[in-house]
Design a protein around this ligand. Structure first.
Ligand SMILES: [Zn+2]
Length: 163
């Protein structure tokens, strides 16, 4: 059986001590039918220091829990849903039973991109109607690419710095 819950999903706990809480799936172990969800099913572990640098004491970690106690939260309609399956572009996608939107991130991204493109195209059409100046949109795109370069380089530099 294919897993209906994937790493990165937002899920709702429908049974157990954390019933009603939502969290992000951090890990899925299909062999055990279990998933680890951020801040859900927290257990206390007593940790012994193994060396001088390590601190001992009580720590809390998220323990794996039964996947049957979890429900995927649809990113599109925001509801916890059962999962249907549908073939899209040759890929087996998970579909929200409530609203019919895909639950798979890659697919959702692709759809959002398409939507953005459509909006941009519409905006361009509007501009064309507003004025017949051809130079304007070209200048704007140049500024945009420069701004994008900046936003790309800063977080990357930070990342390498922190590592
Ligand atoms: Zn939905």
């Amino acid at each position: 059986m294919k897993m209906n819950i994937k790493k990165g999903d937002n899920v709702l706990v429908i049974a157990g001590k954390d019933k009603g809480k939502t969290g992000k799936v951090m890990e899925v172990s299909p062999s055990q039918n279990k998933a680890t969800v951020e801040n859900i099913n927290m257990v206390t572990k007593h940790k012994k220091p193994r060396n001088a640098q390590e601190k001992g004491g009580i720590i809390k970690i998220a323990a794996p829990m039964e996947i049957s106690n979890l429900m995927v939260v649809c990113q599109t309609c925001g509801k916890a849903t059962r999962v249907a399956r549908k073939e899209v572009d040759g890929k087996n996608c998970r579909i929200c039973k409530k609203c019919g939107a895909s639950l798979d991130r890659a697919y959702v991204k692709a759809v959002k991109k398409e939507a953005k493109k459509a909006v941009k195209a519409e905006a361009k059409e509007e501009k064309k109607k507003d004025s017949n100046v051809k130079a304007r949109p070209e200048a704007k795109t140049q500024v945009k690419t420069k701004a994008m370069d900046k936003t790309v380089t800063t977080p990357a530099a930070r990342k390498t710095g922190s590592k």
